[in-house]
Design a protein around this ligand. Sequence first.
Ligand code: SAH
Length: 365
Amino acid sequence: MKTVLFNLTDGELEKFVTDLSQPRFRAKQIREWLNRGAPDFASMKNLPEDFRSKLGEIAETLPVKIVKKLESSDNQTTKFLLELGDGEQIECVLMRTTYGNSVCVSSQAGCAMGCKFCASTLLGLKRNLTVNEMFAQILVAQWELRGDKVRDIKPNGDANNGDVSHIVVMGTGEPLQNTENVIGFLERANTEMNISWRRITVSTCGIVPGINDLNKWGRPINLAISLHAPTDELRSSIMPINNKYKVREVLDAAFAFSATHNRQLMIEYILLGKKDQDGSIVLYNANEDHALKLAELMRGHNVMVNLIPWNSVDERDFASISGNAVHRFQDILIKNGIHTRIRRERGADIGSACGQLRLKNAKKG
Ligand code: SAH
């Protein structure tokens, strides 16, 4: 198997190059290229050509390889299908926004959570991702943005300088089933990529001990809770994890986290419909009563409710609801004094939502 140079320590990388009869400083040159996200050795222009082709034969740069790259017609969203050393595939998405460049990172290959509306979990969990496999996802995005230009490392620098500035751990997988590696990855993103804690968000389906672990870790990141229903009965019907951790427990842990850091808690709420026998669409978790119950849960807390139009997944028998129904739901929250916004759909045309690309590719293969 080829050696993945990104996985080597500085000492190991030096030994690797000197074993190939190259001077030690080549290790430093290679490291600089890797830290910019160089996908191949051909890009490493200051290395001698025969050394580059030798490296191509025996080594890989990063622990992820781009299998597919899709650009959305919105011109702001790029989705990558990436392959890991053992052939597993993951997705990561780069979103260029007015506030900076955000990367949606996967934390697991597949997912064990079994949420009924989601594509990521359809093939089950394969395995946790390593720290390097998560870090490499932001390097892929960084290379896409800046190519061989050196990253502009300014403390508290301008988020719009063209580098990766934000991380959302909201891709495939449940980050709090892989908490130790997620924390290791974020620590490195903070020190090595200078991404500030406040520009990092971890999204969870509500694993209470994991939320408490993040709280103990003590970094002032943003927490997002995938709530999707205001009652235990309804939530358990779409999210099996709710049989273990109830709405009240999850929210209490999450409110405690946001209180520690004085941060606004993000609540994610997908608005789901279901097809009736006669083909009309009934609101599944999105009627007036649900909105009132949700408002009740949120009252008095520093929260932002993100309403998410469902990205349809063929294998799942839910339906999207009308724009009017979305706005009616939002109006009730607003009237009850709850901060809320409707999440813009990004890259729906490139299957940018939630494990769809990986699923399609697995089916073909
Ligand atoms: N496991 C974590 C993070 C990954 S899912 C979590 O549950 O938060 C990221 C977000 O996408 C979650 O809020 C999830 O519920 C949502 N999601 C999953 N499938 C979706 C779909 N088809 N359409 C819209 N949002 C979806």
